[in-house]
Design a protein around this ligand. Structure first.
Ligand code: HEM
Length: 476
């Protein structure tokens, strides 16, 4: 029957593939998302490419990506666990897992993150407190140029750390610095050409420097996480959970007492869920915040001049910004959204896989096929955005200057695998960005013009701003 279907229905078209190499010569592995976006203009919004022998179906354009991920959520909702993703978590945790274990871990993470404040007042308070530390850190440079990458990652990491471990870390803590640095490195290396090649030819692993480095990082991450968990275990009080780890350990104990020995609440799932949330919650948000500062330094009119006060000073003045101010800060909100659109930090989301045979837009896609939801093609979709390639906050403003939502704003992806931390990330971005703007004006280093500020990203698993320095000049 299935061979009848595959003969009868056509598979998605695509460029002609060479034996063994597939389409490797037709794509630029250094900027894969753009290459695939270009191919979509020729082959349509559902097309096939071969990475060596690996067949991948690419979904391009807002309508196609959204309909697949939302209207066919089940069929397109599995994760493709590539060799490197398997090396990371051995199928445990949330990011790179599937089936009942993924479902249970994702559900537990969502409820527990909410219990510990995601999207609520508690995390608002925590983020505001962290803003103070970040501002202090910036003030130390007294307006001189510096690279803000580390300080920003520490700040965003501390928000997820507080939920995971019940505490924030000092920015100078060597353990914390090492954990954040390893995540940073891993994101860069995972998107590097050697690792993309490793995913096609896994036997190459031991010969690749990047792979060996990543494996060392994986080992250390597991070690450090286990230590933190062991410390928390010593003072665990099931009546009073302080954090995600406590909540997990308590659930595990309860299940063990009820003789439910086969549960998904085991040590591997705990360690890898913690590793996943820490990693997913740090650099994505940190990167975006760095992009915010870079964009406003490049387009300084956004920060307002003395004669034309910025919306923030008009609406909020010098008091602490709160989440509830957002509705009165349309322009600021539009700037944040436009930065997220242009920065496009997760250009291909994370690869998906079909969970069963599916016919989509007339094409037959077999169960287990790798699927790339090309977010670049959504955030830059020419039929959705008035000026897709220009930084233009008006994309998110109506004629009266009020903030408007746009359907094609999908930096967190959509459907069954949609970013689990979206509401936390949005709260962090808003509070960190506005609090920094209240205190500082961000400018290029002396001798560098705004035009010279580089917006070309460094490509890894995420798109990251190129290494750069900015001045944070006090407004007071
Ligand atoms: C997944 C974006 C912040 C936790 C994802 C995905 C994207 C994304 C595109 C992949 C969705 C897919 O596969 O279709 C972002 C962006 C962020 C951000 C742009 C910040 C600006 C966060 C934060 C957390 C988080 C703060 C932690 C609380 C996760 C997790 C997944 C995920 C656990 C995997 C979900 C699953 O496989 O079921 N995110 N994210 N993210 N994100 Fe985020």
């Amino acid at each position: 029957y299935s061979s009848f279907i595959s003969q009868d229905q056509k598979e998605p078209p695509g460029p002609k593939a060479l034996p063994l190499l597939g389409n490797l010569l037709q794509v630029d592995l250094m900027r894969l998302d753009n290459s695939l976006f270009n191919l979509s203009k020729k082959y349509g919004s559902v097309f096939t490419v071969y990475f060596a022998l690996k067949k991948v179906v690419v979904l391009a354009g807002y309508r196609t990506v959204k309909q697949a991920l939302v209207n066919h959520a089940e069929e397109f909702g599995d994760r493709e666990v590539t060799p490197i993703f398997y090396d990371f978590n051995k199928g445990h945790g949330i990011l790179f897992s599937n089936g009942d274990s993924w479902k249970e871990m994702r559900r537990f993470a969502l409820t527990t993150l909410r219990d510990f404040g995601m999207g609520k007042r508690i995390s608002e308070g925590r983020i505001i407190e962290e803003c103070r530390y970040l501002i202090e850190e910036f003030e130390q440079y007294e307006g001189k140029a510096f690279n803000n990458t580390k300080a920003i990652s520490y700040a965003t990491s501390n928000i997820i750390s507080a939920i995971m471990f019940g505490k924030r870390f000092e920015y100078k803590d060597p353990l914390f610095q090492a954990m954040v640095e390893r995540d940073h490195e891993s994101i860069r290396l995972t998107g590097s050409a050697p690792i993309l090649i490793y995913n096609m030819f896994p036997w190459l692993g031991p010969f690749l420097k990047n792979w060996k480095h990543l494996m060392k990082n994986v080992e250390r991450n597991i070690e450090d996480t286990k230590h933190i968990i062991a410390d928390l275990k010593k003072t665990l009080n099931p009546e009073m959970c302080r954090c995600f780890v406590d909540a997990f350990l308590t659930r595990k104990q309860n299940l063990e007492e009820s003789e439910n020995k086969e549960s998904h609440y085991h040590d591997d799932n705990l360690v890898h869920s913690v590793i996943n949330l820490f990693a997913a919650g740090t650099d994505t948000t940190g990167n975006t915040l760095q992009w915010c500062l870079l964009f406003i330094a490049k387009y300084p009119h956004i920060q307002g001049a003395k004669t034309h006060p910025h919306e923030l000073s008009r609406v909020v003045g010098s008091r602490q910004v709160r989440v509830e101010d957002r509705k009165n800060l349309s322009y600021t909100d539009a700037v944040l959204h436009e930065v997220q659109r242009m920065a496009n930090v997760a250009p291909m989301a994370i690869p998906h896989k079909t969970s069963r045979d599916v016919t989509y837009q007339g094409y037959f896609i077999k169960e287990g096929t790798t699927v790339f939801p090309l977010l670049t093609s959504v955030l830059y979709d020419e039929s959705e955005w008035e000026s897709p390639h220009t930084f233009n906050p008006s994309h998110f403003l109506d004629k009266e200057g009020k903030f408007i939502r746009r359907d094609a704003f999908m930096p967190f992806s959509a459907g069954r695998r949609v970013c689990l931390g979206e509401s936390l990330a949005r709260m962090e971005l808003f509070l960190f960005f506005t609090s920094l703007l209240q205190c500082f004006r961000f400018t290029p280093p002396p001798g560098v013009t705004e035009d010279e500020l580089e917006l070309t990203p460094v490509v890894g698993f995420l798109l990251t701003p190129s290494p750069h320095e900015l001045c944070a000049v006090s407004r007071h």
